[in-house]
Ligand binder design. Structure first.
Ligand code: ZN
Ligand code: ZN
Length: 197
């Protein structure tokens, strides 16, 4: 860690994000780039920690998937006085009860979010592996879910990262960036939140 706290594209220097990988062993090489990107975009100091809970508690036998609501509730408890946000990252398949699956989920205006690479991988769709494309999809979904934690809603602006995505094709159509309106909203929301560090 350098002496200077990270400053995001928002120009703001602020608290920490706790990055919590679980069931992510094979994808671990993605974590350093993910951390670097989150730090740059959100101006958060990223600290990686193993989960302080057993992620298996979120496993639903009847669906063969992990319930992201349950995971969010546990991730919420990982928030410390100096942690502004907590992001779980996993390779297991996530669901919420009303949907067959989700790429990720976040608390609107809460500190916790979770994203999964499970359905972002080309190989899942019978296509050749593409590690760079997988990373781009992960960073888009992580940025999107973290955007929700700053109270950003879904956006229909062309290619905005806050666009809703139900398929990987829709993930690929959007960029990894906030549109000008969402970028402005993010700066405003961040300025309203107390500095955690
Ligand atoms: Zn969303
Ligand atoms: Zn937008």
């Amino acid at each position: 860690m350098g002496a200077e706290p990270p400053r995001g594209e928002t120009g703001r220097s602020q608290g920490a994000l706790r990055l919590v990988p679980f069931f992510f062993g094979a994808r671990a090489p993605l974590l350093s780039r993910l951390s670097e990107r989150i730090s740059r975009v959100f101006g958060l100091r990223v600290e990686q920690h193993p989960p302080g809970f057993d992620p298996e508690v979120a496993y639903d036998d009847s669906r063969g998937q992990h319930n992201s609501r349950v995971l969010l509730a546990h991730l919420l408890r990982e928030v410390t006085p100096v942690t502004e946000k907590v992001l779980g990252v996993t390779d297991v398949d996530l669901f919420i009860p009303v949907l067959t699956f989700v790429f990720g989920e976040a608390q609107l205006e809460g500190p916790a979010a979770v994203v999964s690479t499970h359905r972002l991988d080309n190989e899942r769709y019978g296509l050749p592996p593409d590690p760079e494309l997988l990373f781009q999809r992960l960073i888009k979904e992580a940025t999107h879910e973290l955007g929700h934690t700053y109270r950003l809603l879904h956006c229909t602006a062309d290619r905005c990262v806050m666009g809703a995505s139900r398929t990987v094709d829709e993930v690929d159509l959007k960029s990894d960036r906030f549109c000008p309106a969402c970028a402005h909203a993010l700066r405003t929301k961040q300025a309203e939140e107390p500095l955690a560090s």
